[in-house]
Design a protein around this ligand. Structure first.
Ligand SMILES: CC(C)(COP(=O)(O)OP(=O)(O)OC[C@H]1O[C@@H](n2cnc3c(N)ncnc32)[C@H](O)[C@@H]1OP(=O)(O)O)[C@@H](O)C(=O)NCCC(=O)NCCS
Length: 162
């Protein structure tokens, strides 16, 4: 079944996409993180970076006209041809229907077209199986500080492109 369409996201999508990200974290993260980390994620990790949303590198996926997921990428700072996966989430209702994969494919194609040779991802623990299934290899466990005092345990992963 592949009824997923992917389009560019814009500022006009912000409210709905941030709600989608909130619904996603609220459902998924309690299976992977303690209460304080989930609370911190729901407080500090919902806002989509305005620069990302305006960059032409952040996408929304729809299934039958309904928003089903989002995600994007950005070039890493510096001169290296490295890209970073940014803010992926699938609505709980649409998990495991190819939404994340469709957005990731779009990101990979765009990054390759821009000469990126390595995609990096600071994956949540919940996202690790998804990225591992898409050619990303674990580099190391990391703790990401996202605002507030609660470190967010994550996994740095990398995929070579080209
Ligand atoms: C990561 C995430 C975006 C994946 O979205 P999704 O739309 O469900 O992914 P897809 O349906 O495209 O998954 C395709 C494949 O990835 C792998 N995969 C995805 N989720 C998985 C899971 N929970 N466990 C194991 N494998 C998984 C499987 O190989 C799956 O194929 P299958 O369903 O045929 O087995 C989603 O799980 C999510 O929103 N997680 C919570 C937020 C998060 O962790 N975001 C990433 C932060 S960097």
């Amino acid at each position: 079944m592949n009824d997923v369409t992917v389009r560019l996201a814009t500022e006009a999508d912000r409210k709905k996409l941030e709600q989608l990200i909130s619904d996603c974290y609220e459902e998924i993260y309690p299976n992977w993180y303690g209460e304080e980390v989930v609370y911190s994620a729901l407080t500090h990790m919902l806002r989509i970076d305005p620069q990302l949303l305006q960059s032409g590198r952040y996408f929304a996926a729809e299934i039958e006209g309904e928003l089903a997921g989002c995600g994007g990428w950005s070039p890493a700072s510096g001169d290296a041809p490295v890209g970073q996966i940014r803010h992926f989430a699938t609505h709980p209702k649409f998990m495991r229907r190819g939404v994340g994969s469709a957005i990731l494919d779009r990101c990979v194609a765009a990054a390759e077209a821009d000469g990126i040779t390595v995609l990096q991802c600071f994956s949540s623990l919940a996202g690790e199986p998804f990225y591992a299934g898409h050619g990303f290899e674990k580099v190391q466990d990391v703790s990401v500080m996202l605002g507030g005092d609660e470190p967010f345990p994550a996994v740095l992963m990398e995929r070579k492109l080209g």
